[in-house]
Write a protein that binds this ligand. Structure first.
Ligand code: G3P
Ligand code: MG
Length: 243
């Protein structure tokens, strides 16, 4: 099985535009990738695209995202911290991101950021939003570090493509991937070992590696069977001739 792309934009294209914004998604499209990864998380009254628990790093706000309403989040600037050229960029809602991605003709790797076990706080809401606002399931993957999130997604959708995320891959990866009927294993490129990569491929899973911003860092990974790299700047890889 080969995947539709070898290069996926990370947080949109986080080196080219402020991460997890509509501008970053547009930048990924302009850089030539068909696939973008973004992070969805809970605000006080809805779902937004944002990586961190707290607002401080990527906006002019402060405090916890989950304690802010969508209306409060919409007052914040999430572009200026990156570059003045992106001043007034807003934190997107999940719906806004889904519509923007589809308008650009892109496919989506939606990472559900949720570390707790009470996954019903987020998963049914994400799935209901996708059911209403995402048209083509063949252009969608859901990923998460939280196995319980993916188990719950699977209970709601029998055939959606699911990716288990890992930093360092644990010994029981095979049981976990079987449990969620995974499509892919998505791991930190810097921690992946050749033997594990070969075993993942031998077991029939796709292998995606994040976050590599220098093609030299994943030369071996391609030879081990890596299907796609997740990068902050897809153009760096396309410029090396990767298609
Ligand atoms: O999905 C790959 C990557 O996004 C996982 O790590 O922390 O960048 O969301 P993080
Ligand atoms: Mg992510």
């Amino acid at each position: 099985m080969t995947f539709e792309t070898k290069v996926m934009g990370h947080r949109g294209a986080a080196k080219i535009a402020p991460e997890n914004t509509l501008a970053a998604i547009s930048a990924a499209a302009k850089a030539g990738t068909q696939w973008v990864e973004i992070d969805v998380t809970l605000a006080a009254d809805g779902l937004v695209i944002y990586h961190d628990d707290t607002l401080d790093r990527c906006s002019n706000g402060t405090g916890l995202v989950k304690e802010k309403t969508l209306a409060e989040l919409k007052t914040l600037d999430t572009g200026r911290w990156f570059d003045e050229a992106f001043a007034n960029e807003r934190i997107p809602t999940l719906v806004e991101a889904l519509e923007h991605i589809q308008a650009l003709g892109l496919s989506l790797n939606l990472e559900i950021k949720y570390e707790q076990e009470d996954v019903d706080s987020i998963v049914p809401a994400v799935m209901a939003t996708l059911a209403e606002h995402w048209k083509d399931k063949s252009k969608l993957c859901i990923s998460s570090f939280n196995e319980a999130v993916l188990v719950r997604v699977r209970s709601l959708d029998a055939d959606l493509r699911l990716g288990q995320l890992y930093e360092d891959i644990p010994a029981n990866w095979s049981e976990t991937l079987a449990n969620i009927q995974a499509f892919s294993l998505n791991c930190d490129h810097s921690l992946l070992k050749k033997e594990t990569a070969l075993a993942i491929k031998e077991a029939g899973y796709l292998l995606f590696c994040y976050t590599a911003n220098d093609p030299e860092l994943v030369v071996d990974h391609w030879s081990w069977g890596m299907d796609a790299v997740i990068t902050d700047d897809p153009s760096i890889f396309f410029n090396t001739g990767i298609k």
